[in-house]
Design a binder for this molecule. Structure first.
Ligand code: DGL
Length: 268
């Protein structure tokens, strides 16, 4: 930790530590799946703060508080990089965490940049918090002049993905949200990692939109950062995944972590 006024075990980081992937729930598993393709020899720790989810309807201050706690816990366990596989947590807390920790911290933002290069009207699905944060406003300032960007807040969608991302309830929600834009926008940006589980259904049902998410970008960035620091593992055998979450030991925790494993398998 950079700020030595608080005393948590100083672990530093090294080649053999896992990469931590963080999200409020299962959404970050879509990032984990992508990152493992690029970094097959690495060990990963997946941590979901599911006891405090959803993040998208909380205040910035609440998320910063939660992220301070999460990072204290994760830092003490040791990892060589932290991926905030959550657009919401990145918007509210990435800059703050980068000041406190000397660990590489990577975050996600809605993949607007590639979308505005090719399309005149771009839809962005994200949580309410992501869309109202300064970070999104800054992104719009930077790239929003080249296209009309239409933000679509999706309250409740994260929770439905947590339940079952292949439900009729979700499909009805998406039709209600997107049908008005059929033929009226060319790109759809998935600005919440939970929504990436819906990508296949969206591609089949809305071929009128080119779909963008930030998962490949953040995975490539992770690869580059680790390579630059000489922290890439070159083993022949595939790395492991350590599954962890903020629920206390017991049945609820076991069944959540089982669901995480199944959701990863479903993305294969
Ligand atoms: N996966 C998170 C994101 O990318 C979900 C946020 C939530 O917990 O509402 O924004």
């Amino acid at each position: 930790m950079k700020n030595m006024s608080t005393s948590y075990p100083q672990t530093g980081y090294n080649l053999y530590q896992p990469i931590t992937v963080f999200d409020s729930g299962v959404g970050g598993i879509t990032v984990l799946a992508q990152a493992r393709k690029l970094l097959p020899a690495e060990d990963f720790r997946y941590f979901a703060d599911i006891a405090n989810a959803p993040y998208g309807d909380k205040s910035t201050a609440q998320i910063q508080e939660l992220m301070r706690d999460n990072c204290r816990r994760l830092y003490a366990l040791g990892s060589k990089a932290l991926v905030l596989a959550c657009n919401t947590a990145t918007s509210a807390a990435a800059a703050m965490l980068r000041q406190d920790y000397d660990l590489p911290i990577l975050g996600l933002e809605p993949a607007l940049k590639p979308a505005v290069l090719r399309h005149k009207r771009v839809l962005v699905m994200a949580t309410r918090l992501t869309l109202r944060e300064k970070k999104f406003a800054a992104l719009l300032d930077q790239v929003g002049k080249d296209a009309q960007v239409i933000p679509l807040a999706c309250p409740g969608l994260m929770e439905m993905v947590e339940e079952d991302f292949r439900s009729e309830k979700i499909y009805a929600y998406l039709r209600h949200l997107l049908e008005p834009y059929r033929g009226r926008a060319g790109a759809l940006v998935l600005g919440c990692t939970h929504y990436v589980f819906l990508r296949r259904w969206l591609e089949e049902n809305y071929p009128c939109f080119v779909i963008y998410d930030g998962n490949t970008g953040v995975s490539q960035h992770l690869y580059t950062v680790l390579a630059q620091k000489g922290l890439l593992r070159q083993a022949e055998t595939p790395g492991n995944i350590l599954w962890d979450c903020s629920l206390p030991p017991g049945e609820e925790r076991r069944s959540f972590l089982d669901k995480c494993r199944r959701d990863l398998a479903a993305l294969a």
